[in-house]
Design a protein. Structure first.
Length: 514
């Protein structure tokens, strides 16, 4: 019977404990998960960096320095998901003897460190598109919100139909309105990319494209605990090499590239001669293990040289991007309360879509190209059939990057994300001489109220200083396709005035007051 190393068992258990609540939190359409589940997302490396959670960043780097890249195999949901794909791909498949699915390949250090330098350099100048496209957590979030969540909802609806037909109404039908064409395409592309890369090259995404993996690889080269090969026990059977998803083990030369090793410990379980050991580097014996040569110096020189080249080209790239953004955007998206301003929101948001899935009123939707490439996939307030709840602060509470700053309910009530603009020529009151007033009835701040128009007719009027841009008026307006009242975004959020409370009229009651 094949033995399983206890470190692999421990790794799998920890990965399940981290991955399961994160996945369920994203697909939870019934809001059964505890609100504090989002704390697991605050320990994701890139969101922690963008959110200025330096203690979390320090702890993750320290863990990597001590134990290697356990973050990639335990904490990162995209890493665990790739392991799941690999396990599914291996089910029922046996390779012919001598044919290896995985084998040692030289690392693409120049490519991954140039990509890391470009990602970090552009982010420093406020251009986070590469972060958004390559961040493993955000890619997993987009898959979970646009693919896994709809599948769960459809499964629930199918089961609800069956139970309802039997007279059992424990489950109810629900719908998904937050998935857009662009977000669905982006999620499918990432899923296909993961499946193809994992099936062909294992953790190639983590060791080539992922900026988080590249950053951790710099630290893990010098980790205290490492995997060593005992040359006295090893018979060069290459079993460990063909089970290494990171393609980091060169069994013939008995080398383990710790910069790419993701600490899955498959090699420890696969070796039948106990020739591999995971222990501190200072415990190795020269007679047993050969020192592992690493291309650290060469990588550092490459990194510095490419960093200089990137630094030389970044200013012009930034100026062109900003010029393009300012010239091409004819209108601005409405960003959630707590995001403070559009530029700050774009700099910190990685489009993980957690706020989209957690929004109770489903008013947040992923953007397409209507606001330019710089805002692609990031959430916007879309008052199509819903509006922002006047007392809700869920999106601000769950955002892991700090793109949406936590705010209190009182702050939310006066945060002006935009102002309602009324078009009289579109209104049914002026067009058809019909009473309406739906916009006024749905305004929580009295910013939209009815004033005399013709005869007994009244027409809406907007008080800009009271409007918070919640979209209650726009979402309920019956005029189609162009609504008579729409919210115009503030690039920088303002503070609205609080509505005046009506004075209570004192009435003297005689006898019974009839």
């Amino acid at each position: 019977m094949k033995k399983i190393h206890f470190l692999k068992v421990l790794r799998v258990i920890l990965a399940i404990l981290f991955f399961s609540p994160i996945l369920v939190f994203f697909v939870d359409f019934a809001d059964v998960m505890p609100d504090r589940t989002h704390s697991l997302l605050e320990i994701q490396l890139l969101p922690a960096i963008l959110g200025s959670l330096y203690i979390v960043v320090g702890i993750l780097l320290l863990l990597t320095l001590l134990f290697g890249r356990i973050y990639c195999s335990v904490i990162c949901p995209a890493g665990v998901f790739q392991d799941i794909i690999n396990r599914v791909f291996c089910i029922g498949k046996k390779k012919p003897k001598g044919v290896f699915r995985f084998r040692y390949r030289k690392p693409l250090n120049v490519f991954r460190y140039v990509l890391l330098g470009a990602t970090a350099g552009l982010a420093a100048f406020g251009i986070t598109e590469l972060c958004m496209l390559l961040d493993p957590y955000s890619n997993f979030g987009r898959m979970a919100s646009s693919l896994f969540r709809p599948v769960v909802v459809w499964g629930n609806n199918l089961l609800a139909s069956i139970l309802n037909g039997m007279g059992n109404y424990a489950l109810y039908h629900t719908s998904i309105t937050t998935v857009t064409v662009v977000s669905l395409v982006a999620a499918v592309v990432v899923l296909v990319l993961f499946v193809v890369l994992v099936s062909l090259r294992g953790r190639l995404f983590c060791n080539t494209l992922c900026p988080v993996g590249a950053l951790l690889s710099v630290v893990s080269r010098y980790s205290v605990f490492r995997i060593f090969i005992d040359d006295k026990k090893c018979n060069h059977c290459r079993t460990c090499e063909r089970t290494c998803k990171a393609e980091a083990i060169h069994s013939q030369e008995m080398k383990v590239d710790m910069s790419r090793c993701v600490n899955c410990f498959n090699c420890l379980s696969s070796c039948r001669r106990d020739a591999l050991a995971y222990k501190p580097f200072f415990m190795r014996v020269a007679a047993e293990e050969k020192p592992v040569p690493t291309p650290a110096e060469k990588s550092r020189r490459t990194f510095i040289a490419t960093g200089v080249a990137i630094a030389a080209t970044l200013p012009s790239a930034v100026m062109q991007a900003k010029s393009h953004s300012q010239n091409d955007e004819s209108s601005a998206p409405i960003t959630p309360p707590g995001s403070i301003d559009l530029k700050r929101f774009k700099d910190k948001c990685t489009a993980c879509h957690l706020c989209v899935t957690q929004c109770p009123s489903h008013v947040l939707r992923p953007a397409g190209l209507e606001y330019g490439f710089g805002y692609l996939l990031r959430p916007r307030m879309a008052y199509i059939d819903s509006y922002c709840n006047f007392e809700c602060t869920v999106c601000a509470n769950v955002c892991p990057t700090g793109a949406i700053r936590p705010i209190t309910v009182d702050e939310k009530k006066v945060t002006q994300v935009g102002i309602a603009e009324f078009f009289e020529d579109r209104c049914v009151v002026s067009e058809k001489d019909q009473d309406c007033g739906a916009c006024s009835e749905h305004c929580p701040t009295q910013a939209v109220h009815m004033v005399p128009y013709k005869g007994t007719l009244t027409i809406p009027k907007v008080e800009p200083e009271l409007c918070v841009g919640c979209g209650g008026c726009e979402s309920i307006c019956p005029v189609r396709p162009d609504r008579a009242i729409v919210i115009k975004a503030h690039r920088v959020h303002q503070t609205a005035e609080r509505p005046k409370e009506e004075e209570a009229i004192k009435v003297d009651v005689d006898e019974f007051g009839f």
